[in-house]
Design a protein around this ligand. Structure first.
Ligand code: ANZ
Ligand code: ZN
Length: 834
């Protein structure tokens, strides 16, 4: 019996698949089409285990659907623009383009070593002009249709690095690289009108029934539709302030009004009052993200202005400037109800403002509620005049009705979703195809002049945007009036690149972004697979971009991703040396059952099992593993151990077990002979496995499919020679082919089949063999299990009793005595009471 030589088989079959273009998707195929896509990788350097897991899942589905007779599009490309390339340029003095393209070459070769069924002829990299040039054209189409605009907005500015920072790059108010105190600066930036689609994007979620509920909920919260009311408070200085609330029912519980630091009233006050100006400056030092605002200490400045309560003008509320009120949500002003809002509660506690309960759930006393926190639950209105006794929903309606009829307020809807700011003051991104002219304003670059290509000769030795300080690149003539003008030097957020790559995969003509008819044949993506970290932004932007193209008549697809699957992470144990250094798995050895440092022999503590990461040094590089065990064993392991939506722990034992299984499967096949005779039981096991594995792959429950194949192989190893057994072994190879394609091809060829197993048909199932007509009966004596036996399903009670009494284990215990009683549960058990 031979061994499966994975290294030899892997490269031979990979070469053949490539030569024969086996996985090229045919746009004109008459077969039903399927589009399987995993989120394309960022070319960071090398493939990691998370990639292996992600791409193997999509691959199994692809290969399975091909065997089921579908034409499958399964492409691959590179999300190739972004910050890490510029960081590498600064640190290692390499060009971002060279660094990126080298990484792509390395990672492409690594992916090919996994034997993925990918149509490599459609490969694309977003950093190449033949991709981003088309993106520029699409940007201009959106611009021409009013879906792109420019406005002044606030950014985080690092005064030392002279660069704009993303929120994640601001740590405790300082630039992550320079450590300088970050300033807020106003810049003109480009925006995409995603808010125009807020309703559609929200409603569309309902149709996405093949998405995880949690992702839909996250999108819903991000879009954040709030129904409420907007109204004016008259102010003691003669002016007024408009507030937005989702809780008009709590109006009689208000004890202050608060405005944002950027609110015009605050700004006006700052001009005459230095204390107010100081407070506003202090507010600007704090973070701007919702999470930061939530956790910051709530601070306020009493303006001295008083607001009149709308239902009782004699009732005056102090007006504060407060750091927890955002200018760009609602109206930038609120009324505070400390009893029923936690931020207001903290604020009121700090500034000694009244805490007045107006909603009661009828159980607790006021002091119980309000010592620690506000009460935000449902209940009945109290202390609220004409609202008393109503529930919250009725009270909301009543306040809105009165405000509208008295003319001082109205019911409204507000959205949390903001327009998408796409300007980045960076080099390594898609240049925004606009020219700024003093006379004509912002002028689109004529389409025939696209792509606007990034200049190659840039330097990264001084801070700032290399495009901006390039000696010639930005100096161009205005396309409209011909006078000297300036190119836009901002580039597009890389999320724009990933918002339409799946369309370009489906169709990639040279002269336009895509051919509509061809793209519509493939789209939507039937199964999209990727990390849950993209559950909000990437998926929302891609949904928006697709809808925007639909609105301007470029494609008739509303939702780009029909099915979505978010896979879990790959984890590994962590190790620490006695001095607290993290150790990599390779730096640790086991000796006499304890772990010690390979170098130096010091004791090692085993830490938690965590997501593989460079910082904890608990990564395992896939490449040497593939070299050692072969692609099929690696594929088998990443599919096998846990449900795909959960984390998978990478262990040495696990990969060895997978390797042993691959060898077992090969041995079974290698021992195959022309046996004769029928084994009905085995036929049934086989057909149940075929049907079960198919259902599991379709449901993306790969670990279950793997478990069924294990069970089949166990049964085949035990089975006696028969024609049934020979047939089942051959069929086992077929249904394992999506998971272990190299072994499967090798076996398929050895069976003398012409053609590839990759092109073979999935075996048909005989429905008659799916019914289990044999059951396992437990034989008990005094309730204790003594043996199990097989019996025909539905066998009658008397037969089962006779069989049980004749059982050798039972006879030994009874020693000839007559049992007191025999209880028979048909199809389940026989219990003998002695
Ligand atoms: C009075 C009130 C009473 C409120 C109460 C809540 C509870 P969502 O649901 O997230 O939309 N708010 C309004 N504009 C704000 C702004 N620019 N910055 C900070 N907070 C703002 O939240 C709406 C609620 O958040 C509004 O309802 C308002 O406080 C506050 F028992 O008004 B509420
Ligand atoms: Zn001009």
């Amino acid at each position: 019996v031979s061994r499966f030589n994975a290294l030899k088989a892997d490269s031979a079959w990979q070469k053949l698949w490539e030569e024969r273009r086996t996985f090229a998707a045919d746009d004109h195929s008459p077969k039903p089409k399927s589009y399987v896509l995993e989120m394309f990788p960022y070319p960071s350097g090398r493939i990691h285990m998370g990639h292996v897991r992600n791409y193997t899942m999509g691959d199994v589905l692809t290969r399975y659907r091909r065997m089921k007779g579908m034409e499958v599009l399964h492409p691959m490309g590179w999300d190739a623009f972004g910050m890490p390339a510029e960081n590498a340029a600064m640190e290692k003095k390499v060009h971002p383009g060279g660094w990126t393209r080298d990484n792509i070459a390395t990672m492409r070769a690594q992916l090919k070593r996994l034997g993925l069924a990918i149509d490599w002829s459609r490969e694309l990299a977003t950093c190449e002009p033949d991709y981003y040039g088309h993106e520029q054209a699409l940007f201009l189409d959106l611009f021409a249709n009013g879906l792109v605009y420019r406005k002044e907005s606030t950014v985080n500015w690092d005064p030392v690095d002279m660069t704009v920072l993303a929120n994640e790059q601001v740590i405790d108010g300082r630039g992550w690289r320079s450590g300088a105190l970050v300033e807020k600066k106003k810049l003109n930036q480009w925006f995409l009108k995603i808010t125009d689609f807020a309703d559609e994007l929200l409603d569309g979620l309902e149709s996405l029934d093949k998405w995880p509920d949690k992702v839909r909920l996250m999108q819903e919260n991000w879009i954040g539709k709030s129904q409420g009311m907007q109204f004016r408070f008259a102010l003691s200085d003669g002016g007024s302030v408009e507030v937005f609330t989702t809780r008009p029912d709590t109006i009689f519980g208000s004890s202050f009004v608060a405005i944002a630091a950027d609110h015009p009233i605050a700004q006006a006050l700052a001009a005459k009052d230095p204390a107010a100006a100081d407070f506003i400056a202090q507010c600007k030092l704090g973070g701007t993200t919702a999470a930061e605002i939530e956790t910051q200490e709530k601070l306020g400045f009493d303006t001295g202005i008083r607001a009149a309560h709308p239902f009782d003008s004699a009732w005056e509320l102090p007006v504060y400037i407060a750091n927890f009120v955002l200018m760009d949500y609602g109206t930038g002003a609120v009324f505070g109800v400390p009893a029923h809002d936690q931020r207001d509660f903290e604020f009121a506690t700090k500034y000694g403002l009244p805490i007045r309960r107006v909603v009661s759930d009828g159980e607790k006393t006021q002091s119980e509620y309000f010592e620690e926190e506000s009460f935000t639950g449902p209940g009945t209105l109290v202390n609220s005049h004409f609202l008393n006794g109503m529930d919250v929903a009725d009270a909301k309606r009543e306040v809105i009705r009165r405000a509208e009829s008295e003319g001082w307020g109205k019911g409204t809807t507000v959205w949390r979703l903001r327009d998408w700011g796409v300007s980045r003051q960076r080099y390594w991104g898609t240049p925004i195809p606009i020219v700024h002219c003093e006379i004509c304003g912002a002028v689109p670059v004529p389409k025939k002049q696209l792509p606007v290509v990034l200049p190659e000769d840039v330097s990264f030795d001084i801070p700032g945007n290399p495009l901006d300080r390039h000696p010639t690149w930005k100096h161009v003539d205005c396309p409209q009036c011909g006078k000297p003008a300036r190119r836009e030097t901002d580039t597009l957020d890389t999320f724009v690149d990933s918002s339409w790559y799946f369309i370009r995969f489906a169709s990639q003509p040279g002269d336009k972004p895509f051919d509509r008819a061809v793209a519509e044949q493939w789209l939507p993506v039937n199964q999209y697979i990727g990390g849950v970290e993209h559950a909000i932004l990437h998926l929302l932007y891609a949904r928006f971009w697709t809808r925007a193209l639909k609105r301007i008549g470029m494609i008739d697809i509303a939702e780009p991703f029909e099915g979505l699957f978010t896979q879990g992470m790959v984890t590994h144990e962590t190790y620490k040396a006695s001095d607290g250094r993290w150790l990599s798995p390779g730096e640790v050895v086991r000796k006499n059952d304890v772990l010690i440092e390979a170098e130096g022999g010091g004791p090692v503590t085993v830490g938690r099992i965590e997501k593989m990461s460079k910082s904890k040094k608990n990564t395992v590089d896939p490449e040497p593993i593939v070299d050692q065990y072969g692609a099929d064993a690696v594929r088998w392991f990443v599919l096998s151990d846990s449900p795909p939506e959960r984390d998978l722990e990478w262990t040495e034992n696990g990969i060895e077990g997978a390797w042993r299984f691959v060898q077992r499967l090969w041995r079974l096949f290698d021992g195959l002979q022309a046996w004769e005779g029928e084994d009905k039981g085995l036929d049934r096991v086989l057909h149940q496995t075929i049907a079960g594995v198919a259902a599991d792959i379709e449901g993306l429950q790969f670990n279950k499919a793997v478990a069924k194949l294990y069970a089949l192989v166990n049964a085949l190893e035990k089975a006696l020679p028969s024609a049934s057994r020979a047939h089942a072994i051959r069929t086992a190879i077929l249904i394992a082919a999506p998971m272990v394609p190299h072994l499967a091809e090798e076996a398929w060829a050895a069976m003398g089949s012409d053609g590839l197993i990759a092109d073979a048909a999935w075996p048909a199932v005989d429905p008659a063999l799916l019914v289990d007509d044999e059951v396992t009966i437990a034989i008990q004596v005094n309730g204790k299990l003594r043996d199990t036996v097989k019996a025909a399903k539905g066998a009658d009670k008397g037969d089962l009793e006779t069989m049980a009494l004749a059982n050798p284990a039972v006879q030994r215990i009874l020693e000839g005595a007559t049992p007191k009683k025999v209880i028979v549960v048909p199809d389940r058990l026989v219990n003998i009471v002695a």
